[in-house]
Design a protein around this ligand. Structure first.
Ligand code: BGC
Length: 387
């Protein structure tokens, strides 16, 4: 059922902007321009998000003649560690790792470092270890702020039901996204514009302008899944970045909230990314007491862009992976040439300031799909209907 969607249109001390640039260390040494060695790239799962990154990486590395192996970890830190061990064994010189778990990946990064491999954390930071040489990502706090601000800009009056959802406990980015959203939403929860519908833990903290990592972790909960078909224990707001889990969680939330207490009707939803937003939309569409929704997303996946054009999902945050992959590929090539990739900032991972390149993000709604995604060549107009 199509709802009457309102359309309109941790020390995250990130100071870096812009691309990796060639350092001046050894520009006069012609031997330094020779690429020597291979790179291993490990993505966390088979989700669509990483297909784009993989394609861009392959193109950049193939063009530069860099030998590369790209693997996926099936959302398992154990599989990830095995992949990294095999890549080290095969003799790679550089590891590009987007970790399943930011903290658990520390040991894989340390194994790589011990073997003399340069480690680049990709999109998600690897935390609590000194064995990370570079970090390439987007402005994750701003992603959360943009999502929260969109909800604020489309709410009027007071008492608007707000459903909060998050990515995964293991993903450092999930904490940054939520902290960013909370920084703008909290005053609007405290002043009664929004009423949190699905998290007592978040509601209990509504007077706190900033949250600690542990407080966010408590709000996230685990939402453990078991049985066949999977049953979910709803003790938090995490979706595990999964469409199915997001849908199940939202269905559970909708079955327990009190419609007569105005927690349905026109609702506002912090959808953490596109894939989970589509799962949540399926749940919202299945509840006749939900009459309209405003819901955020992230990644500009084709299916969500179509959903935005069709008037279901309200917005997405476009993270141009062309920039991300080319920045990371440029860093790989510099290292394989024996040079030091120059960075323009750093990001604290709990143990060290990791030299970083952090890219900008763009808000996409029905009003600017063409300008942001078609005119820039990211997608073709023929990828969509009704544009
Ligand atoms: C990324 C998102 C992505 C999510 C799930 C996060 O770490 O920042 O872009 O949607 O993981 O794969």
């Amino acid at each position: 059922m199509k709802k009457n969607v309102t359309l309109a249109i941790l020390s995250a001390a990130v100071i870096g902007l812009g691309p990796f640039i060639v350092s001046c260390d050894n520009v006069t040494d012609p031997a330094a321009d020779k690429i020597d060695g291979a790179v291993g790239i490990v993505f966390p799962n088979d989700y669509l998000r990483w297909d784009n990154d993989e394609a861009r990486f392959r193109a950049a590395l193939t063009a530069a003649g860099v030998e590369h192996t790209i693997l996926r970890s099936a959302d398992s830190s154990v599989t990830e560690a095995t992949h990294v061990a095999n890549l080290i064994e095969s003799g790679i010189k550089v590891l590009v790792l987007c970790p399943v778990s930011s903290a658990d990946a520390a040991s894989a990064a340390e194994a790589a470092h011990a073997a003399g491999v340069t480690v680049i954390a990709y999109e998600r930071l690897i935390t609590e270890t000194a064995a990370v040489d570079y970090y390439v990502s987007f402005k994750s706090l701003d992603v959360g702020r943009m999502q929260g601000q969109y909800l604020i800009d489309h709410a009027t009056g007071t008492g608007n039901p707000l459903y909060l959802y998050a990515g995964n406990q293991t993903d450092n980015n999930s904490f940054l996204f939520f902290a960013g959203s909370w920084s703008v939403l909290q005053p609007k929860i405290a002043d009664g514009t929004f009423v949190i519908a699905n998290s007592q833990a978040a509601d209990g903290l509504k007077e706190s302008a900033t949250l600690t990592h542990d407080q966010i972790s408590t709000i996230f909960g685990t939402n453990a899944i078991s049985g066949t078909p999977p049953a979910m224990t709803v003790d938090g707001i995490t979706t595990h970045w999964s469409y199915d889990d997001a849908k199940t969680l939202c269905e559970r939330n909708l079955s327990t909230v009190n419609a007569s207490a105005s927690l349905k009707g026109s609702v506002f939803v912090l959808g953490p990314n596109d894939y989970t937003a589509r799962g949540i939309i399926a749940a919202l569409d299945g509840d006749s007491a939900v009459t309209s929704y405003v819901i955020t997303g992230q990644d500009a996946e084709k299916d969500s862009v179509q959903s935005i054009i069709d008037g279901y999902q309200s917005m997405t945050v476009f993270k141009d992976v062309r920039t991300l992959a080319s920045d990371a590929a440029a860093a790989v090539i510099e290292v394989l040439k024996g040079k030091t990739p120059a960075t323009l900032g750093s990001f604290n991972n709990g143990v060290k300031e990791v030299p970083s390149v952090i890219s900008d993000i763009v808000q996409v709604t029905a009003a600017n799909v063409r300008e942001a995604l078609i005119d820039t060549g990211y997608y073709s107009a023929s990828d969509f209907t009704g544009l």
